[in-house]
Design a protein around this ligand. Structure first.
Ligand code: NAP
Length: 254
């Protein structure tokens, strides 16, 4: 018996921005591994209820919290509700992101860069700050930040997104360095294009072009990203911290 299992039995998890897409897949995978899971959303009550119903079929203790995690109050409320329901938070997945806008650099202003920074870095900062003391007191914690493989291989027009993701990676590494002695690992999972329900907004030719330069020959499913998150959260991933793992079928290597 090595103790290196993927089980999350007895762990309490919060996944921000998780009523659909990658976040919901992460929530389901963590719940399937045995964790109590709090999902979170911003506005769409109907979608969130459907997500919670599906999650409760996996683990009846699951909860859903409507709150804007890009504000300190909203982030605080999400963690407080999870602590009330479960008694603490052992795992935090920072998945919520603000609105992503594509704009060529010559047409963009600083405001776009600032809004991406606010939408991506602020939630990760506020939520991590709120859970870290509890994790430290228990000598165990997992924080996983969801990034984007465009950080390694830029796509024209995404300067604001890539810059914010770069900031998130810096945040990941620095917190990993500070929190390691407390038994807390901090890592980043960076998918490429994911087949969420938003995918049809990207035209077919672009999707085919991505497949063509992906060694594994297809686009990512939300569950593909979730599998990597599970690894980092479990005992199997216990000696990895400060890492950024691309989950893109090998499209970007290195
Ligand atoms: N999709 C891709 O192709 C792709 C590729 C690479 C990386 N990623 C990364 O994967 C993550 C998830 O992306 P996704 O495409 O799956 O997301 P998504 O489908 O756009 O889902 C966004 C979720 O976040 C919630 N949300 C948005 N803003 C929020 C806020 N301020 N506070 C709380 N909840 C908020 C939404 O709730 P409402 O529905 O109620 O608004 C929804 O549940 C992101 O970090 C993204 O950068 C995605």
């Amino acid at each position: 018996m090595t103790g290196l299992s993927l089980s999350l039995s007895g762990k309490r998890a919060v996944v921000s921005g998780s009523s659909r897409g990658v976040g919901l897949a992460v929530a389901k995978v963590l719940a399937s591994a045995g964790a109590d899971v709090a999902i979170n959303y911003l506005a769409d009550d109907k979608r969130a209820q459907a997500a919670l119903d599906a999650l409760k079929e996996i683990n009846p203790s699951s909860i859903s919290v409507k709150s804007d995690v890009s504000t300190p109050e909203g982030a605080g409320r999400l963690i407080t509700e999870a602590e009330k329901a479960f008694g603490g938070v052992d795992i935090l997945v920072n998945n919520a992101h603000g609105r992503i806008i594509r704009n060529m650099f010559l047409k963009s202003g600083w405001e776009e860069h600032q809004s991406h920074m606010d939408g991506i870095l602020r939630p990760a900062f506020y939520l991590s700050r709120r859970v870290i003391d509890g994790m430290k007191s228990r000598d165990w914690g997992r924080i996983v930040n969801i990034g984007n493989n465009m950080l390694i291989q830029p796509v024209k027009g995404y300067s604001a997104l890539t810059s914010a993701m770069g900031a998130l990676l810096g945040f990941t590494k620095n917190l990993a360095a500070e929190a390691g002695p407390w038994g807390v690992t901090v890592n980043m999972v960076s998918p490429g294009f994911v087949l969420t329900e938003e995918a049809p907004n990207t035209n077919e030719a672009v999707r085919r072009a991505i497949c063509d330069c992906t060694p594994l020959g297809r686009l990512a499913l939300p569950e593909d990203a979730a599998g990597a998150v599970l690894f980092f959260c479990s005992e199997a991933g216990r000696f990895v911290t400060g890492a950024n793992l691309s989950v893109d079928g090998g499209r970007i290597m290195g």
